[in-house]
Design a protein around this ligand. Structure first.
Ligand code: T1G
Length: 697
């Protein structure tokens, strides 16, 4: 079925792109466009051609799903489609409504003329996929809008309103009203006036100091684009637009594109693109599952988490009532919310009016009775089952039928929490990550009895508050924290065995993590990890103690919040400074443990920490706690600072090769002095996939 419909409107042929959901320029659509052009050329009654998409999208670009498959290059490939347009002897006009991105904008730039709605959005987001515009975008855009605006758009990958380029050669006219009507009128004008056909390739890029500009651009980009090769190659391609004839520049662009397409970084970024969109697909929840309207939210607890959670809803225009047990706790929470908004006003990211409007949606109370009409309550109280029980019993009494009761618990048994109510089907986990108004990840914990409607509502609400929601089953730590516990354990064991906090963090940060495990522990607060360890010790008395971490906590060294943890911190500063006191504690603990410290390589540090995530992730998968491996990747990319250019722990393991990963784990299981050999046995799913030569994703 062709994805391009051919219509005749007087002497103008309209080729309508129709390949939902985004008019991706897959093979069928490319074939349809070429057939349409050939049909229009063969018809003497036709004097012009209009290419148009839907009101929402002209085209979202090349079909990324075809990448790495023969379909991507099967003729007519995108270059061929563009060649047909440029060599057409009748005017081809691109009519852009909605969005024109990547190859979609490149297709339009090859046309002789372009018209658009001022509200249309355009962009070349290839760099966000670790690529560069590979269908002439780096050569045509600078010719149409000038060097600097072109490079900014290409290197940023951002979408901008088409109206920004009013007055440039990128657009010949902006259409007020119906796009097709305006485009047809423009096409008839072009024919009646016998306007000469314009091609971007015939233009020159003018810039008074191009060489200096490229030097400046490269310096700035090199600093920001560490680990990402695409931005600097974008500069190389655009530079060719300035210094080389068009066709030579095109060849340079195609070479650079091919190099990036084969890169690990691009494979990872493309994986992340689809992985993030896959998280909302829940096999047993149909797309049309009814959802409940969430018009008001109650939050129990105005601490860091509760107030951070509140901000998400205020930003989405949803009224919030925060409940605390003491007025001063309420006042502190409100003050925190206000300070967040004041910070954004100072940065020019929000107006006073916006902030006031959002604050006007915030109510506070000391009484549960004020929550009787809310549609959703999220408790963010102390991580203790006794406290959760009190709260949920009270909510069960007070809240209206159909209200969704959510816990922000990060590790506790949601099924047990649900059992404190007479409506377990309305209970769900909404695990926000601190700072809750900043981190995109939201773990949606599906209890045994959570109703499908409640789950569907939570997933829909997550989109509304701009969170990336990942569904997790119920287990200790769900997906993220269960895996991070293994990761932290390996770091702490290596402290005992001979590594320093600085070495461990440096190795992990060189791998690409935003923050190493020990700096992260100091940021999160050592007392939180300590409380979880103590609960685990109580539940499993023969569990190995994390002696060094426990000792530092016994000394009151909880990290940044106490000015000292694995590092020390100057008052008011967050720089992690090595602390001789920590070295002394480490040595003392090693002696008590009878450990002779050994030299540990950075490679071992990275493999033990990262493969710990992979092995626990494999167990989470086989237990059905996570729906798919790419969900686990998204948890780590959006909630734990895992390097995006590596695609997430499971994707990274796939790229290393599961046979090699399993073999390394087996060696860790037999390492002299190992204390968690059982853990290092490759998870059955991992061993199976490795044996079959398969991958997680
Ligand atoms: N290819 C294939 N599938 C795509 C796609 C694409 N380009 N864009 C979106 N999808 C799928 C997406 O996976 C999802 O699928 C559905 O469409 C809706 O997407 C030669 C080489 C266009 C702004 O990078 O930015 O051109 O989950 O949920 O929020 O130089 O999609 O429903 O199965 O995001 O309305 C460059 C990527 C490609 C644009 C719409 N283009 N897409 O946002 O919907 S490379 C891009 C987007 C290229 C040339 C180069 C957004 C959107 P499913 P969605 P949305």
């Amino acid at each position: 079925m062709s994805n391009a419909h051919y219509e005749q409107h007087g002497k103008v042929a309209v080729i309508r792109l129709d390949n939902p959901p985004v008019n991706g320029l897959g093979h069928e659509l490319r074939r349809g466009i070429v057939d349409g052009i050939k049909r229009a050329e063969a018809d003497d009654a036709i004097k012009a051609i209009v290419l148009i998409g839907s009101d929402q999208v002209f085209s979202g670009g090349a079909d990324i799903r075809e990448f790495g498959t023969p379909k991507m290059v099967v003729e007519p490939n995108l270059h061929t489609v563009i060649h047909f347009i440029e060599t057409c002897d009748k005017p081809v006009i691109a009519a852009i409504g909605g969005t024109a991105l990547g190859g979609g904008l490149e297709l339009a730039m090859a046309c002789h003329f372009r018209v658009a709605l001022p509200t249309a959005k355009i962009g070349l987001p290839e760099v966000k996929l670790g690529l560069l515009p590979g269908a002439g975008g780096t050569q045509r855009l600078p010719r149409l809008v000038g060097l600097e605006p072109a490079l900014n758009l290409i290197v940023s990958g951002e979408s901008v309103p088409a109206g920004m380029f009013m007055g440039t050669q990128l657009f010949d006219e902006f259409i007020q009203g119906d796009l097709l009507v305006g485009a047809l009128a423009f096409a008839n004008k072009v024919v009646d006036e016998q306007r000469p056909l314009k091609l971007a390739r015939d233009l020159k890029v003018e810039h008074p100091k191009a060489e200096a500009f490229f030097l400046w651009a490269r310096t700035g980009i090199a600093q920001r684009a560490k680990n990402y090769p695409a931005p600097l190659k974008c500069v190389d391609a655009v530079e060719a637009a300035v210094n080389k004839p068009f066709d030579e520049g095109l060849q340079i662009e195609r070479r650079l594109f091919a190099e990036l397409l084969m890169s690990e970084e691009s494979a990872a970024l493309r994986h992340a693109f689809f992985a993030e969109r896959a998280t909302s697909k829940i096999p047993d929840i149909a797309e049309d599952t009814p959802t409940r309207e969430i018009k008001s939210v109650g939050i129990i607890g105005a601490g860091t988490m509760g107030s951070g959670i509140a901000i998400n809803f205020l930003n989405a225009g949803i009224p919030v009532t925060i409940l605390e047990v003491k007025q001063e706790a309420l006042d502190r929470g409100v003050a925190h919310i206000r300070s967040v908004y004041e910070g954004r006003i100072k940065k020019g990211k929000m107006t006073e009016a916006d902030a006031e409007q959002r604050m006007s949606l915030l109510n506070t109370t000391l009484s549960y009775d004020d929550l009787k009409d809310v549609d959703l309550v999220i408790e963010a109280v102390f991580e203790d089952m006794g406290v959760k029980e009190q709260v949920f019993r009270k909510l069960d009494e007070v809240c209206k039928p159909g209200a969704i009761l959510a816990s922000n618990t990060s590790t506790l048994d949601l099924n047990k929490i649900a059992s404190f109510t007479k409506r377990p089907e309305d209970v769900i986990g909404l695990h926000f990550f601190s700072p809750a108004n900043v981190m995109r990840l939201l773990e949606v914990i599906r209890g045994e009895k959570t109703a499908k409607e409640v789950l569907a509502t939570a997933m829909q609400l997550a989109k509304k508050i701009r969170k990336t929601a990942v569904v997790s089953g119920v287990c200790d730590g769900f997906i993220g924290n269960r895996m991070i516990a293994r990761y932290q354990t390996e770091a702490l064991l290596m402290l005992e065995e001979g590594a320093s906090p600085q070495q461990i963090d440096r190795a992990i940060e060189n791998f690409g993590f935003v923050m190493g495990p020990l700096r992260m522990a100091d940021l999160a607060g050592g007392d939180i990890g300590w409380a979880i360890r103590k609960r685990h010790y109580a539940e499993n008395p023969d569990m190995k103690r994390m002696v060094i971490a426990d000792r530092l906590c016994e000394m009151g060294r909880f990290g940044q919040k106490t000015g000292a943890g694995f590092y020390r911190y100057e008052p008011g500063r967050r720089d992690a400074l090595p602390d001789p006191e920590v070295d002394r504690v480490i040595e003392e603990c090693r002696k008590e443990l009878g450990i002779t410290p050994r030299k540990i390589s950075d490679k071992e540090i990275v493999e033990r920490c990262v493969y710990a995530l992979v092995n626990e992730g494999a167990r989470i998968l086989e237990e059905g706690i996570a729906l798919r491996a790419s969900d686990i990747d998204i948890v780590y990319l959006t909630g734990y600072g895992f390097p995006v250019f590596r695609g997430g722990p499971m994707f990274y393991a796939d790229r290393v090769g599961l046979m090699k990963v399993a073999r390394t784990m087996e060696k860790f299981a037999k390492r002299p002095g190992v204390t968690n050999s059982d853990f290092w046995q490759p998870a059955p799913l991992l061993a199976k996939l490795a044996a079959e030569g398969k991958t997680f994703n």
